[in-house]
Design a protein around this ligand. Structure first.
Ligand code: PLP
Length: 382
C-alpha cells in the first residue's frame, strides 16, 4: 500500500473513493457494446462540463499535454503562424509544440504572475494573420487566471481559431466553451475534475473540424490525429487505438459527481475555499503572489517569506503532516508555494489543515506567525 497523502499541490488532486472504486471495475473490451454506451455517456457529460454542444467532445488518451498537442497539431500546418500567450511554463510548452509542428509561433508575453494584456494580443493577431490564437486560461505555474472575453471575436475577425488550455480551470472555474466562442478547449483529468491523471478531455467546434477536414497535409502525429480518433468515438466505431478502459470508467464516475453537484455550486465551492485560504494566509502575515483580481481559485500561490528555505517547509509538510504542496517553477523557484484546492480537494477542512500545517512548519523553521484559522473560519461563518 502506498502512503495516504493529502494532495494540495498543483495536481494531481485528491480522488474520491467512488472514482477509485470505478477504476477497479472489471474490464470490458474497448468495442463491447456496454463500453460503447459508457463512451456515449462520457461524451454527454463532457459536453455538460465544457458547456458546449460540440459533437467532437471526447477524452484524448494521455495527460493534459496530449490535449495541448492534439489541439495544436490538428489545427496547424507547416508554415502557419500561431499567436501564443505566454505568462508561465504552459505557454512556453505550447510554443515548443507549435515549432515541432512546423508552424511559426508569435509569442505575446507577460511577466510571470500577471495576465497577458489584451491589446498586445490584438496587435500580434493583426500583424501576423495567424491560423491559431492559443492561450492558457489558468496558468498553473503562477496562479493567474487569464480572462477569455473578447479573444474569440478577435481571433475570428482575423480568420484564426481560438485554442484554450483549461487544464487547471475546467470544473473549478467557469469556462463556457460555446458562450466564449472557443474553437478547441482541452483539460486534464487530475485537477478540478477529480480523477487520476491519464486522460485529456477535449472539444472541437464545427469550425475547427472543418479546418481539420480541409487540411492539405496529414497531421504530423498519427496517435493524436482526431480525424481518425473521431471515427472510434462517433457512429463508425472504427478501432484506432485501444481505449484506456479503466481510466474511462474513472472519468465517467468523476463527471457524474460533477453533474450531481452542479457546475455553479462547484465553482462557488472552489471560490469559497480559495477565499478562506487567502483570509488565513493574510492573517498569518503572509502574502499572496498574484493580485486579487487575477487569482485562480484552484491554484493559490503564496510568497515565501524572506529568509525561509521553501523546500524545507514543503518537506516538513509532507513528512510531518502528510500534505503535498508545490514549489515555484523557473523564475519563481524558491519564491512561491503553490497550493492546489482542486476538485474533491477543495474543502473547508483541507483549507484549515493546510493553514495550520504551514504555520507549524514555518515555526519549525524559526518563523512564528499567528494562526490563520479563525480568519479563514470567518469566510465560512461570517
Ligand atoms: N497545461 C496546464 C495549464 C497545466 O497545468 C498542465 C499540467 O500541470 C498541463 C498543461 C500539462 O498537463 P499534464 O502534466 O497532465 O500533461
Amino acid at each position: 500500500m502506498t502512503t495516504n497523502r493529502l494532495l494540495l499541490g498543483p495536481g494531481p488532486s485528491p480522488v474520491d473513493q467512488r472514482v477509485l472504486r470505478a477504476l477497479s471495475e472489471p474490464l470490458l473490451g474497448h468495442l463491447d457494446p456496454e463500453f460503447l454506451r459508457i463512451m456515449d455517456e462520457i461524451q454527454e457529460l463532457l459536453r455538460y462540463v465544457f458547456e458546449t454542444r460540440n459533437r467532437l467532445t471526447i477524452p484524448i488518451s494521455g495527460t493534459g499535454s496530449a490535449g495541448m498537442e492534439a489541439s495544436l497539431v490538428n489545427l496547424l500546418e507547416p508554415g502557419d503562424a500561431a499567436v501564443v500567450g505566454i505568462a508561465g511554463v504552459f505557454g512556453e510548452r505550447m510554443v515548443d509544440i507549435v515549432e515541432r509542428s512546423g508552424a511559426k509561433p508569435v509569442a505575446v508575453r507577460a511577466d510571470w504572475g500577471r495576465p497577458i494584456d489584451l491589446s498586445l494580443i490584438e496587435e500580434a493577431v493583426a500583424n501576423s494573420h495567424p491560423a491559431v490564437l492559443a492561450i492558457v486560461h489558468a496558468e498553473t505555474s503562477t496562479g493567474v487566471l487569464q480572462e477569455l472575453e473578447g479573444l474569440a471575436d478577435l481571433a475570428h475577425r482575423h480568420g484564426a481559431l481560438l485554442v484554450v488550455d483549461a487544464v487547471t480551470s475546467l470544473g473549478g472555474h467557469p469556462v463556457g466553451v460555446d458562450a466564449m466562442g472557443i474553437d478547441v478547449c482541452y483539460s486534464g483529468t487530475q485537477k478540478c475534475l477529480g480523477c487520476p491523471p491519464g486522460l485529456s478531455p477535449i472539444t472541437f467546434s464545427d469550425r475547427a473540424m472543418e479546418r481539420i477536414h480541409a487540411r492539405k497535409q496529414k497531421v504530423q502525429s498519427w496517435y493524436l490525429d482526431v480525424s481518425m480518433v473521431e471515427k472510434y468515438w462517433g457512429a463508425d466505431r472504427t478501432y484506432h487505438h485501444t481505449a484506456p478502459v479503466s481510466m474511462n470508467y474513472a472519468l465517467r464516475e468523476a463527471l457524474r459527481m460533477i453533474r450531481e453537484e452542479g457546475l455553479e455550486p462547484r465553482w462557488k465551492r472552489h471560490e469559497r475555499n480559495h477565499r478562506g485560504f487567502v483570509a488565513g494566509i493574510e492573517a498569518m502575515g503572509l502574502e499572496m503572489f498574484v493580485s486579487r483580481k487575477n487569482r485562480l481559485w484552484s491554484l493559490n500561490s503564496v510568497r515565501v517569506p524572506e529568509g525561509i528555505d521553501e523546500a524545507r517547509v514543503r518537506v516538513r509538510l509532507l513528512e510531518r503532516h502528510g500534505i503535498e504542496i508545490g514549489g515555484g517553477l523557473g523564475p519563481l523557484k524558491g519564491k512561491i508555494w503553490r497550493v492546489g484546492l482542486m476538485g474533491s480537494g477543495s474543502t473547508r477542512e483541507n483549507v484549515l489543515l493546510v493553514l495550520e500545517a504551514l504555520r507549524e512548519s514555518l515555526e519549525f523553521e524559526g518563523k512564528v506567525c499567528p494562526s490563520g484559522v479563525s480568519a479563514a473560519e470567518r469566510v465560512y461563518f461570517p
